[in-house]
Ligand binder design. Structure first.
Ligand SMILES: *Cc1c(COP(=O)(O)O)cnc(C)c1O
Length: 364
C-alpha cells in the first residue's frame, strides 16, 4: 500500500518498516505471548529491549562512556524546567534565543534561576537568523549556556554547535537528534522529545555528562532528578515502555541504512541534505514561494515557506490534500506553510511536493 507523504512537524511520520514490524509484533513479542505494552518494565524481556535501545543509540551517536542516556517523560517543554532544576544550582544560566522554542526555554528557566540572554534575535519581524557568535555575551560564571539546535517552528538551525564559549553547553535537540552526526562531547546535556525524529510521543531522551549530576535543587521532583533517574537505569518510575520499544526499532532502522552504525547517521544526513536542497532550490527559483530564513541557518528538518500572495494559501493546501501530501499548514504563530522532512520522509516525498509546487505556480 502506498501511504501518503506526511509532512507533520510532530508527532511525525515514521518509517514504514518500523510500523510494520511493530504491527507484526503487537500481540506476541518474540514468542513471549505478550505485547511490549503488557510487559513489566522490570522483567527480563523489557530489560533487553531497553538495553538494546540504549546500546544502539550510543553507537549511532558515538556517545562517550562518561555520558548517561536517560529515558524520561514530559517532553522538551518539561525539560525546560527539568534542566534548570538539575543544572542551574539556582544561580545563573544563560540562554540564546533563535526562535519560538528557545524563547519558551528561557522563559521557563526564569522560574528557577537567574537568566541572561547571551544573544537573541527576537524582533517584530519574526525569527530567521542566528546572531553572529562574536556578538554573544554569555556570563563567564553562568552554570550553562542553552541553545536550541533546530527551531522546529521557525526553521532556524545551527549547522555547527556553538562550542567556543567555555561554559557547559545544553541543547534542545528535539528536531535534530538522529538527523545528522552530533558532537556529543561538546555538550554537557542534550535533550529531545521523541516525536519528531525518533518515535512516538511520550518519550524524552536525555544525554548528560556524569559530572553534571548531583546538584539538583531540593525542590526538584525525584522522577525528574537526573541523578536519581541515572542511578536507577531510567527505572526510578515506570518509563514509557512502548515508546522506548518503538524508538529502539527506529534506531535499528537507522543502523540498517548502511553496514556500520556511524556511517548510518552520515548516510541519513546526506539524504536529509539532498531533500532540503531540493526544496530550498524550488523555493529560491520561484516567484510565488519564499523563505524568510537566512541561507546559512536554514533548517534541513523543517522548511517554513510562504506564498507571496497569501490569498492563495487555501487553494495551495487544497491541492496538497488531493495529492496525498499531508499536514503542510504552517504553525499557527507563523502562518504560511511548513514542510517537515525528518528521516522517515523519502526523497520521493519531497520530489512530489516540489512537483506540485511547480504545477501550482504555473497555474497561478
Ligand atoms: C516539539 C518541540 C518542543 C516541544 O516538545 P514537547 O514534547 O511538546 O514538550 C520543544 N522544542 C523543540 C525544538 C521541539 O521541536
Amino acid at each position: 500500500m502506498q501511504r501518503p507523504y506526511n509532512f507533520s512537524a510532530g508527532p511525525a511520520a515514521m518509517p514504514n518498516e518500523v510500523l510494520q514490524q511493530a504491527a507484526a509484533e503487537m500481540l506476541d513479542w518474540h514468542g513471549s505471548g505478550m505485547s511490549v505494552m503488557e510487559m513489566s518494565h522490570r522483567g527480563p524481556q523489557f530489560g533487553s529491549i531497553l538495553a538494546q535501545a540504549e546500546a544502539d543509540l550510543r553507537e549511532l551517536l558515538a556517545i562517550p562512556a562518561d555520558y548517561h542516556v536517560l529515558f524520561m517523560q514530559g517532553g522538551a517543554l518539561a525539560e525546560n524546567a527539568i534542566v534548570p532544576l538539575n543544572l542551574s544550582r539556582g544561580a545563573k544560566a544563560d540562554y540564546v534565543v533563535t526562535g519560538s522554542w528557545s524563547q519558551k526555554s528561557q522563559l521557563e528557566a526564569r522560574k528557577f534561576c537567574d537568566v541572561h540572554l547571551a544573544a537573541s534575535t527576537h524582533d517584530t519581524t519574526g525569527y530567521g537568523l542566528i546572531p553572529p557568535l562574536d556578538m554573544w555575551n554569555p556570563r563567564h560564571d553562568a552554570q550553562y549556556l542553552h541553545y536550541c539546535a533546530n527551531e522546529t517552528i521557525d526553521g532556524v538551525e545551527f549547522h555547527v554547535a556553538p562550542t567556543q564559549f567555555s561554559l557547559p553547553l545544553v541543547a534542545d535537540m528535539s528536531s535534530t537528534i538522529l538527523s545528522r552526526p552530533i558532537d556529543v562531547a561538546a555538550h554537557a546535556c542534550i535533550y529531545a522529545g521523541a516525536q519528531k525524529n525518533i518515535g512516538p510521543a511520550g518519550l524524552t531522551l536525555v544525554v548528560v555528562h556524569r559530572d553534571m549530576l548531583g546538584h539538583a535543587l531540593p525542590s526538584c521532583p525525584s522522577a525528574f532528578d537526573y541523578g536519581v533517574v541515572a542511578k536507577n537505569g531510567s527505572m526510578y518510575n515506570t518509563p514509557p515502555t512502548y515508546a522506548i520499544y518503538v524508538a529502539g526499532l527506529v534506531f535499528q532502522w537507522v543502523k540498517r541504512q548502511t553496514e556500520d552504525a556511524l556511517r548510518g547517521i552520515a548516510a541519513i544526513a546526506e539524504r536529509n541534505r539532498k531533500k532540503a536542497d531540493l526544496l530550498y532550490a524550488c523555493i529560491d527559483a520561484s516567484e510565488l514561494f519564499t523563505s524568510r530564513v537566512a541561507r546559512e541557518c536554514r533548517s534541513r528538518m523543517n522548511v517554513p515557506f510562504f506564498l507571496r500572495d497569501e490569498s492563495l494559501n487555501d487553494a495551495f493546501l487544497q491541492g496538497t490534500q488531493q495529492r496525498q501530501l499531508l499536514q503542510l499548514k504552517g504553525h499557527k504563530s507563523v502562518g504560511g506553510m511548513r514542510a517537515s522532512i525528518y528521516n522517515a520522509m523519502p526523497l520521493a516525498g519531497v520530489q512530489a511536493l516540489v512537483d506540485y509546487m511547480h504545477e501550482f505556480e504555473r497555474s497561478h
